[in-house]
Design a protein around this ligand. Structure first.
Ligand code: 13P
Length: 265
């Protein structure tokens, strides 16, 4: 923790609502969140929601919640039916965007090349890209975890540098831990996060120190403290537990506890 504090990486807790939400749910979520008394001032808190809810959330959420999308087009304009550009996202209040989530890689056959193109669009438009990487159960069993992560990282690594590192986020989401209740242990998460940071450090040590690495996969209030206490885990990307304000806040609360501990160390 002392290490993390020395590097000045602020914890980020980002919710990914996936294909969930409605106007009624958003009203309830925001009211519940406001009523909870945990402060989020020392954290970066974000919610990545379906495109259509971006305007409502960016108008109604308090200013210390960053609003994000779950995908972005690889194109800036033109004949691409159904696509939404980075500029459009920004116009409706998005500050960040998930790129290459495993559900998009799997359900929409998104390649590393496509992830790279989307990453470039986000950066060009000043949106904070949150690039997701992670291995399947099968790949882990075949001892391919590091090779898979390295390949996914290599798609964007040359675009990262010390000047943009604080505006880029990477999220390690082992596919076998997403929505399954099977969380990676804190040690498993740290092992991969450390690997990612060491890969980045081959390119640029300053960039590697600055960039935030989030863990995602069945993260909840009961395991967040242990995961976030790992030296290379800088927060979480939260699916199921972001759908209820109380559950999400419980995770923010654990991150705050770690900050308190750091300050008293
Ligand atoms: P769960 O927290 O539901 O496992 O989802 C993780 C995830 O995919 C966040 O992007």
């Amino acid at each position: 923790m002392i290490q993390k504090a020395a590097m000045m990486r602020k914890f980020m807790i980002a919710g990914n609502w996936k294909l969930h939400g409605s106007h009624a749910m958003i009203r309830q979520w925001l009211a519940d969140f406001m009523a909870l008394d945990t402060s989020i001032d020392a954290l970066d808190v974000a919610l990545c929601v379906p495109y259509v809810y971006l305007p409502m959330l960016s108008t109604n959420a308090s200013k210390n919640i960053l609003i994000g999308a779950q995908d972005v087009s690889a194109h800036d304009t033109g004949a691409h039916t159904g696509e939404v550009s980075a500029a459009m996202l920004q116009e409706v209040g998005a500050r960040l965007v998930l790129i290459g989530h495993s559900e998009r890689r799997q359900d929409h056959a998104e390649s590393d090349e496509l992830v790279r193109a989307k990453f470039k669009q986000a950066l060009a438009q000043g949106l904070m890209p949150v690039v997701c990487v992670g291995e399947s159960q099968q790949q882990r069993e075949n001892n391919e975890t590091f090779a898979v992560i390295e390949r996914q990282l290599n798609a964007i690594i040359d675009l990262l540098n010390a000047a943009n590192a604080d505006q880029c986020i990477l999220a390690y989401e082992p596919i076998w831990a997403i929505g399954t209740g099977l969380t990676a242990s804190a040690e498993q998460a740290q092992e991969v996060h450390q690997f990612i940071r060491s890969q980045l450090a081959h390119k640029d040590v300053t960039m590697a120190r600055q960039i935030r690495l989030l863990y995602g996969g069945s993260c909840k209030g009961s395991n967040a403290y242990e995961l976030f206490s790992m030296p290379d885990v800088d927060g979480g990307l939260i699916g199921g537990a972001s759908l209820k304000a109380e559950d999400f806040m419980a995770i923010c609360h654990q991150a705050n506890k770690l900050l308190d501990k750091t300050q008293s160390d």
